[in-house]
Design a protein around this ligand. Structure first.
Ligand SMILES: CC(C)(COP(=O)(O)OP(=O)(O)OC[C@H]1O[C@@H](n2cnc3c(N)ncnc32)[C@H](O)[C@@H]1OP(=O)(O)O)[C@@H](O)C(=O)NCCC(=O)NCCS
Length: 163
């Protein structure tokens, strides 16, 4: 498995995985806006044998890492791919001064809640009827004291967060 910065050449595949994964998928424009127009955003892709099997979009805003989007193709789940991408995100965030992390997840998303809890996130609140299609509450998860795990490091070409 490799992990690289997402480029515009990856967008077709990432948008297809996004559509297969989520009931309210991000559009190509949303990915492109994050890639080109948001100085706080980073996007990574993971590949197996050169084929994209997962991606993450996150923001590092001052002291906080915010996970915006994360997916791994079904056939490649439970192989540590999301964990590896999160390790890079956490290392990048810590290198830029972040010490907490936050995200929202559907309350019914048992897999994601288990994944984030295992990493170190804890439930801090619910946002009532936050999601549509279907309408559902969001669980807000926070990791109060980020730690770099394993030998994770930032990626070549990954710049310090500006702003
Ligand atoms: C959540 C998701 C990204 C996890 O990706 P993944 O690559 O399978 O996760 P990993 O293999 O790195 O899992 C690491 C650990 O998290 C936990 N975990 C991951 N998926 C789990 C599941 N379905 N059930 C229970 N625990 C799970 C396990 O402890 C796992 O370690 P183990 O396999 O040794 O038991 C993946 O299930 C996914 O893409 N889901 C659909 C999209 C989604 O829900 N994204 C998050 C939106 S906020």
């Amino acid at each position: 498995m490799t992990i690289d910065l997402l480029t515009e050449f990856d967008l077709d595949t990432v948008v297809r995985i996004e559509q297969e994964t989520f009931s309210v998928p991000w559009t190509r424009k949303m990915f492109r806006d994050e890639l080109e127009g948001n100085p706080f955003a980073s996007l990574l892709v993971s590949r197996e044998a050169g084929v994209i099997v997962g991606y993450v979009c996150y923001w590092v805003i001052f002291e906080e890492l915010h996970i915006m989007n994360l997916a791994v193709v079904t056939d490649y789940q439970r192989q540590g791919i999301a964990n590896a991408m999160m390790s890079h995100a956490i290392a990048h965030a810590c290198a830029n001064g972040a010490h907490t992390a936050m995200l929202e997840v559907r309350v019914s998303n048992v897999a994601a809640v288990a994944f984030y809890t295992r990493l170190g996130f804890q439930k801090i609140a619910l946002r009532y009827r936050y999601y549509v299609n279907p309408v559902e509450d969001a669980m807000i998860l926070r990791w109060r004291s980020l730690e770099i795990k394993n030998d994770a490091h930032t990626l070549d070409g990954q710049e310090a967060v500006s702003g």
